[in-house]
Design a protein around this ligand. Sequence first.
Ligand code: HEC
Length: 110
Amino acid sequence: MKYILCLFPLWLLATTALAQDDWVNLQKQGGAGLFQEKCGMCHRPGGMGTGILGRRMSAELALLENRTDLQGPFIENVVRNGFGVMFPISRAEVSDKQLQTISTYLTEKQ
Ligand code: HEC
């Protein structure tokens, strides 16, 4: 029992260190990196999303990274609920924190 009590502060230290590490990684990777990883396969130049959006807007604006009219709640709604032919993306694929980072990245240049 004594041993377990001794280990508890160590465990606590280890888990807080890990949680901080996660946060640091997210900060380092940043919105641009996360966007590339989670949305890029469709929303980079030549991606399926870019192609479909290009049917109703200019090729330049079809790239989400060039848009200045996107609002955070709209982006979050599209990602969670889907939009047209874009499937909803679950929290298992993109966590709330990651989605917020991506959304900030796409809206901060406004
Ligand atoms: C599997 C491909 C795919 C992935 C992955 C994807 N999208 Fe999309 N997205 C699309 C397609 C296709 C459309 C256009 C849907 C339509 O107009 O019918 C779209 C549309 C959108 C729109 C609407 C733009 C507008 O003005 O109408 C937003 C915002 C958006 N995506 C954000 C994201 C974000 C953020 C991610 C990453 C978290 C993401 N998408 C990942 C395919 C994808």
